[in-house]
Design a protein around this ligand. Structure first.
Ligand SMILES: NC(=O)c1ccc[n+]([C@@H]2O[C@H](COP(=O)([O-])OP(=O)(O)OC[C@H]3O[C@@H](n4cnc5c(N)ncnc54)[C@H](O)[C@@H]3O)[C@@H](O)[C@H]2O)c1
Length: 327
């Protein structure tokens, strides 16, 4: 047992599987008492089971740590409140919350149904709000604490997960707002964008060069929850295996002023040169992924044709080169 979080009480949502589980176990190993929250659902958010949270809490206790389970859903205000109250009831305080819970309902935007949009937004974005809301009300009175949200590199855009991308962009803005509004109460707010091998990332349609393990994510979260990160707020950190990176803060970079009120025609004349456009990195990435997939499939096809004497190429066109970049 290490002691980087000794004496702290931390609630982790989505802590029954994948990254949340590794974070809960990692925090307990650093000396924290942990609320293990998980609704115990399938990847699409259906079929809840309380056994999932209980199993991880037991695993932590068996290893000599402190943990209590909580099987509430983060999607309701009552759920968020109960997760926080579980910490207070069991350990008398709350020093940090980590909102990891998430689901996927993947669909191209033009086919996406309301029941694919709403639950994804409710779990990731509202599910971060419900817990931040209840935790920050308590932390404001107790003199401070740490809020950690979970976003994704895909907050910058996704081909077939507009719901997920929008929710993760929302988490980034929520975290920045929390950092802005709660700093004077001693509360920090940061977000983590992980890349780790879990059921959620299992169907990524291309090789992710930097895929790490859930256990690689836990130390960064423990740092953000610790006293060593008291002055770190409003930040978005990627963690992928052994790589940790910080995201920039968006701001205006070029502007133009009109000598009189703008007309569409006047804008069309001046904007391209005076303000222009900014390259969207995800579009460039998508093109690179599609090209790499085509090349790989063509090479595989050629190899197979060489082996069997069959005609190569048809499969190369059928591959999913839509760059879903899940999750
Ligand atoms: N795995 C990756 O590479 C990756 C990449 C980017 C972002 N993320 C984000 O990291 C987080 C964890 O992802 P993961 O890969 O470990 O997924 P996972 O599916 O392994 O775990 C998610 C957990 O959240 C729980 N959950 C779902 N809905 C809930 C609810 N309403 N209330 C409480 N718990 C609920 C599930 O039961 C599950 O145990 C997610 O927010 C995900 O979007 C993951």
């Amino acid at each position: 047992m290490a002691d980087f979080l000794a004496g702290k009480v931390i609630a982790v949502t989505g802590a029954g599987r994948g990254i949340g589980r590794a974070v809960a176990i990692g925090c307990a190993a650093e000396g924290a008492s942990v609320v293990v929250n998980d609704y115990g659902v399938a990847i699409d958010g259906r079929e809840p089971s309380s056994a999932v949270a209980e199993a991880v809490a037991e695993e932590i206790r068996d290893a000599g740590g402190q943990a209590v389970p909580c099987a509430d859903s983060v999607t309701t205000m009552a759920g968020g409140t109960r997760i926080v109250q579980t910490a207070v009831d069991a350990y008398g305080r709350l020093d940090g919350v980590v909102c990891v819970a998430g689901i996927l309902r993947e669909r191209m935007l033009f086919n996406m149904a309301e029941d694919e949009w709403d639950p994804v937004i409710e779990t990731h974005l509202k599910g971060t709000f419900t817990v931040f809301r209840a935790a920050s009300a308590l932390m404001r009175k107790s003199g401070g604490g740490a809020l950690v949200g979970f976003t994704s590199g895909n907050h910058a855009g996704s081909v077939s997960q507009a719901n997920y991308s929008a929710a993760k962009g929302g988490v980034v803005s929520l975290v920045r707002s929390a950092a802005l509004g709660l700093g004077k109460y001693g509360i920090t707010a940061n977000a983590v964008a992980p890349v780790a091998r879990t059921r959620m990332s299992a169907n990524v349609p291309f090789d992710m060069a930097e895929m790490g393990e859930p256990e690689d994510v836990a130390p960064l979260v423990a740092y953000l929850l610790s006293d060593a990160a008291r002055d770190v707020t409003g930040q978005i950190y990627t963690v992928a295996g052994r790589r940790i990176a910080v995201w920039n803060q968006p701001q205006e970079i070029r502007s133009m002023y009109g000598e009189e009120p703008w007309t569409a025609e006047a804008i069309a004349k001046r904007l391209p040169e005076a303000v222009g456009v900014e390259t969207m990195p995800m579009i460039a990435k998508l093109a690179a992924y599609a090209k790499a997939t085509e090349e790989r499939k063509a090479a595989e096809g050629a190899e197979r044709a060489g082996e069997s004497g069959a005609t190569a190429g048809t499969e190369a066109q059928s591959g999913r080169a839509d760059g879903a970049v899940t999750p």
